[in-house]
Write a protein that binds this ligand. Structure first.
Ligand code: KG4
Ligand code: ZN
Length: 339
């Protein structure tokens, strides 16, 4: 079975073609970093225009790289949300139009489910139930995933997302965008750090807050302290609190498997410290292959494929949505189950 996956929820346009559950036939990605760099953040209208200008060439290239035509595609999957409405509509409309024109089944995909699905592309061994830590530019949350597609939100950030913190601090440090990889690199080259207070570290709740770290970093930058020491101090605090809350969730829900997902799961220190701590506790840890961490079409194709296999189908009149918890998937606005 061949699935076409389309992603356009923020500032990456990506289309992938997946054979069955995990064989990637092609993937074409285009980042819009250049379009937004003078604005200090993603401008929704510019992003939507950027997607619509790029997406046809990306589709052609994805098909030709895989040596296929639309006739060979068995299922079309496109991100329907959460994300920026204008950008989402570009990919979603393309997906629905292709499905209609070529008479293929269609699945609207939840972006956060797709991020989790990125793990399954390389790790067929993972067993439910699991704890899923989702860290991206827009989200920082922990889910209990009882079974495939069954989510319970255990905790989330009270304010900023981790990726947002990285991007804002990177901007103030005069680094490039997106900031995560730059701060990560700078921090990993530093052997000294300025101490940051990890927020909510000792609260008994599974919850995060990252705006305080942003303030601490800005104060350190204003004092002209060493940039690499700031990056390292901030990253130490981030990893410490992510790890502590994930392990608390593992304990509360008695899980043996931990998956990390979202753009920030590319972070080298998160990966290495989670490895060490999970190994100590005999937990099965997974994070996506690097190319599946930030927004990409392959994870969308996999999430769509899994839902299709479970018997779900989307109508061609589904809408894009800017917000929706994974828990709300069960309310059924995205799919109908065929019997
Ligand atoms: O999942 P994603 O591509 O887009 C959203 O759905 O938000 O995540 C993008 C975020 C950006 O904030 C970026 O700075 C961050 O992921 N990121 C990282 C790293 N690589 C990307 N954050 C920390 N360390 C990294 N190595
Ligand atoms: Zn994302």
């Amino acid at each position: 079975m061949i699935t076409l996956g389309i992603e356009s929820s923020c500032d990456d346009t990506s289309i992938a073609i997946l054979q069955d559950d995990a064989k990637l036939l092609s993937m074409v990605c285009k980042s819009q970093v250049e379009l937004h760099k003078d604005f200090g953040g993603v401008v929704p209208e510019i992003a939507a225009r950027g997607h619509s200008e790029a997406i046809f060439d990306i589709l052609q290239k994805a098909l030709s790289d895989a040596n296929l035509t639309m006739k060979d595609i068995d299922l079309v999957a496109a991100t329907a949300g959460p994300g920026l409405m204008g950008p989402l509509l570009v990919g979603l409309t393309m997906g629905k139009t292709l499905a209609f024109k070529h008479q293929k089944p269609f699945i609207g995909v939840h972006h956060l489910e797709a991020h989790f699905s990125a793990n399954f592309l390389t790790r067929p061994d993972l067993e439910f139930p699991m704890i899923g830590l989702l860290v991206s530019g827009g989200h920082s949350c922990i889910y209990y995933i009882k079974n495939a597609g069954e989510y319970k939100l255990i905790g989330e950030t009270r304010d900023d997302a981790v990726g947002e913190l990285y991007d804002k601090v990177a901007r103030n440090l005069g680094l490039g965008l997106p900031g995560g990889p730059f701060v990560d690199k700078m921090a990993s080259q530093s052997h000294e750090s300025i101490p940051f207070t990890p927020p909510l570290l000792h609260s008994k709740e599974v919850e995060f807050s990252f705006s305080g770290l942003k303030t601490q970093a800005l104060i350190a930058i204003e004092k002209s302290l060493d940039k690499a020491h700031i990056a390292k101090g901030m990253q130490d605090a981030v990893v410490k609190v992510l790890l502590k809350k994930t392990l608390l969730a593992v304990q509360n829900y008695q899980c043996k498997t931990v998956i990390i997902a979202g753009g920030v799961s590319a972070n080298s220190q998160i990966r290495s410290e989670f490895e060490v701590e999970c190994k100590k506790r005999k937990l099965n840890l997974s994070y996506p292959d690097m190319k599946y961490c930030t927004d990409n079409g392959a994870m969308v194709a996999r999430a769509g494929y899994d839902r299709y296999q479970m018997g779900y189908r989307s109508d061609l009149n589904i809408d894009a949505f800017s917000r929706m918890s994974l828990e709300d998937l069960k309310k059924g606005s995205l799919w109908k189950k065929s019997s």
